[in-house]
Design a protein around this ligand. Structure first.
Ligand code: SAH
Ligand code: TRP
Length: 329
């Protein structure tokens, strides 16, 4: 059962309960942070401040993925909507839904319903309000929750063709097994005639990646460090946030960028809510996110492993970024 938190005739925001147990922040910290190698799941980046910082990353000159995906959508949204002809548009990790507007602009179905699903409730609510103002015929059914809790309990109606959008290269933030499982769950939402639209980032010159994930103005650094603020608030911890340095490292073997936070000096971090502490050595790092890069072929293999098949592929000049439309095999 989803709980309704706010609604008007064309806008509602509901909280989606997980279909299976998801680890709490305390579980995640115990598992990832208490002993090396230290790591954190990326969903904790996205409190309200983090979500706004992510938007600011998308506006930096170095962060090409968002701008490139927007250009692809501007060019191909008509074709994507003609090929998929949805009645329902479900978006996973919808954030501000800024780029989704390009799909909405090309959406000619009468009485279409947009279902933005995100872990950041503030983002779902504020983007939903803006959308119903700007799209007079659109119905928005905002969903707040954790997609790691599963997709089977999303309150999508049984009737009507579906398009699932998973944009921003977010699929690259999943480890290989997790990505396959996530795409498998998306495949389970698709019936005959339904599609999924996925944006993924491509393998390229590591210098371009280095700049994209460490912009000169330091927005990405602030975004990365913000996760420590989130832990400080939620767990009564005392990370000296400004003492951590943002690092982005490309691993060519694993074909991924790694976002890390490096401690500036030896210190002890106490977690009031866990009644425990950790000793961080100067130079020690926490892995906060991976961002995997693909080739068209490696992505097709991932789709195939999840029971999906590519039906259209739109790529930016120079193979900078790809958008694929896929269906159940
Ligand atoms: N799709 C947007 C935002 C991408 S950033 C774009 O392309 O610009 C990733 C988004 O996924 C954020 O909005 C974040 O809040 C959301 N997110 C991250 N982890 C999530 C999770 N576990 N469940 C649901 N949403 C999540
Ligand atoms: N999905 C985005 C990506 O992989 C997330 C992201 C962009 C990110 N910049 C970041 C995550 C910096 C951590 C730090 O491109």
């Amino acid at each position: 059962m989803a709980t309704e938190s706010s609604s008007t005739a064309r806008l509602s925001c509901t909280s989606v309960p997980p279909a299976r147990r998801v680890p709490s922040m305390i579980d995640d910290v115990r598992e990832g942070l208490l002993s090396p190698p230290r790591w954190l799941p990326p969903k904790y980046f996205y409190d309200e401040t983090g979500s706004l910082l992510f938007e600011a990353i998308c506006d930096t000159p170095e962060y090409y993925p968002s701008r490139t995906e927007a250009a692809l959508l501007a060019e191909y949204a008509g074709e994507i909507m003609t090929l998929s002809r949805p009645r329902h548009l479900l978006e996973l990790g919808s954030g501000s839904s800024r780029k989704t507007r390009l799909l909405l602009d090309a959406w000619t179905a009468p009485a279409g319903t947009y279902w933005p699903f995100d872990v950041c409730a503030e983002m779902v609510a504020s983007s939903g309000r803006a959308l119903i103002d700007d799209y007079p015929d659109l119905v928005v059914r905002g969903l707040e929750g954790d997609y790691h809790g599963g997709l089977s309990c999303l309150p999508l109606p049984a009737e009507g063709r579906r398009l699932v959008a998973f944009l921003g290269g977010t699929i690259g933030n999943f480890h290989p097994g997790e990505a396959e499982a996530m795409l498998g769950e998306i495949a389970d939402l698709l019936r005959e005639g339904d599609h999924v639209l996925i944006g993924f980032d491509r393998i390229k010159d590591p210098a371009v990646l280095a700049a994209a994930y460490d912009d000169a103005a330091g927005v990405t650094a602030r975004f990365n460090r913000n996760v420590l603020n989130v832990l400080n608030c939620a767990l009564e911890a005392d990370f000296p946030v400004e003492d951590y340095r943002h690092r982005s490292v490309y691993d060519p073997e694993l074909q991924r960028v790694e976002m890390r936070l490096r401690a500036g000096h030896d210190h002890r971090v106490t977690f009031g809510r866990l009644a425990t502490s950790i000793d961080m050595a100067g130079g020690e790092e926490i892995l906060t996110e991976i961002s995997r890069k693909f080739t068209p072929a490696s992505f097709r293999r991932l789709l195939a492993a999840a029971g999906l098949v590519e039906t259209a592929h739109f790529e930016a000049e120079g193979g900078l970024y790809s958008l694929v439309l896929a269906a159940r095999r």
